[in-house]
Design a protein around this ligand. Structure first.
Ligand SMILES: [Zn+2]
Ligand SMILES: [Zn+2]
Length: 378
């Protein structure tokens, strides 16, 4: 699932979301190539993506899973891979990844109490700050820094993971301009970072493969036309140093995964960065970032990407450490075997508005709240 997620957070009323189809919608308003037929093809892509996830269902979840199978092996089977190839996630056996009629998802392995953390400070596979944060946040962890330099704890890792490569070979000028011109696109930037990490040897290309993706965008006939343009710009930015990695097909494969799995990181103002005198303006800026979809950056995580949507979610997605590390916290009591869910949209909206917001994901929500709302309206 891409984009956004997350839900209503705490008493502050702040809404955090996964990206849905905001500024990184496949068809930016400003692109002249946008056409009705290409837009229709895009929706078909998303619907097809959901269908494929469903096809991957291995089996229905049964209570015996919880008792008899290790989390690792369950994850491995759910994804059709071997245990070694799947990164280990999970907080002290609180959940398992399995498959149901909805496709894969995460399920409580034991009683989880409201407020309990089930995944703490999970670092992203990759992240990228938004252009608007280029001089205010660390380029590796999104922590606030004075001039956009890497923070102390990231400096040496960043060099090894991508920064040395980027400085030596990559010129992002044209791609940054394209992203800025098109309303602040984030995925081409994240895609560039992913390419630099792969080429630096700090991210395995195969790690991305098991994230949900759109299956019918793997040739230039069917992929959104601007992805071809973005791929060309990205390839030019790497100026031949990509070893043939960056092709339109590769770009489409990664970008479709970003659309369905990436999160908009929304780091709340911290007490250390906010004095009482500018608290109000910091809060205003934070809320503005939420409503305009700018946020602090974009990130892709493994386990949080597995959580399915509900309009009455039982898990909050939060950034509590001042950087891109994400924490999943139960917003309600959860019984063993119950699915863990987050919301991809503003869960406060009416059922009609929620369904419209979910259209990009290609499914009709059938959560208990939607079922109840529909019954009430008939
Ligand atoms: Zn940092
Ligand atoms: Zn719903």
């Amino acid at each position: 699932m891409y984009v956004v997620v997350v839900g209503v957070v705490g008493a502050s009323g702040a809404v955090r979301r996964r990206y849905a189809s905001q500024s990184d919608a496949p068809y930016p308003q400003s692109l002249e190539k946008r056409t009705a037929s290409s837009r229709a093809a895009h929706w078909e892509t998303r619907v097809e993506r959901m269908r494929r996830c469903g096809e991957r269902t291995v089996r229905r979840v049964s209570s015996s899973i919880w008792a008899s199978t290790s989390a690792t092996m369950t994850r491995a089977r759910a994804h059709g891979g071997d245990a070694k190839s799947i990164p280990l996630y999970g907080e002290r056996d609180a959940f398992l990844v399995g498959a149901s009629e909805k496709g894969r998802g995460a399920y409580a392995a034991r009683d989880i109490k409201k407020g309990e953390v089930i995944l703490q400070n999970q670092k992203p596979l990759a992240c990228h700050r938004t252009l608007a944060n280029a001089t205010t946040r660390c380029g590796r962890c999104l922590k606030e820094t004075r001039d956009g330099a890497f923070c102390d704890s990231c400096a040496s890792n960043a060099k090894r993971e991508f920064a040395d490569f980027e400085r030596k070979y990559v010129d992002m000028t044209a791609l940054n301009q394209y992203c800025a011109y098109n309303g602040g696109l984030k995925f081409p930037l994240l895609c560039a970072r992913i390419a630099a990490m792969i080429l630096s040897g700090s991210l395995k290309e195969q790690t991305l493969e098991w994230l949900c993706h759109a299956s019918n965008v793997n040739n230039q006939e069917t992929m959104p036309p601007q992805w071809i343009e973005e791929s060309r710009l990205l390839s030019a930015a790497f100026n031949g140093a990509d070893g043939g990695l960056i092709t339109p097909e590769w770009y489409a494969g990664v970008t479709s995964r970003l659309h369905l799995n990436a999160f908009r990181v929304e780091i709340p103002p911290t007490s250390s960065s906010t004095t009482s005198s500018d608290w109000k303006s910091a809060m205003a800026a934070s809320l503005d970032a939420i409503t305009t979809g700018r946020g602090s950056g974009s990130a892709i995580y493994v386990l949080p990407s597995l959580l399915n949507h509900s309009c009455a979610p039982n898990i909050d997605v939060k950034w509590e450490s001042g950087d891109a590390a994400v924490t999943l916290r139960a917003s309600d009591d959860v019984a063993p075997g119950e699915e863990l869910t987050i919301t991809y949209i503003d869960a406060n909206a009416s059922i009609d508005a929620r369904q419209r917001a979910l259209e990009p994901y290609g499914f009709t929500c059938a959560c208990a709240r939607c079922v109840e709302d529909r019954q009430r309206s008939t």
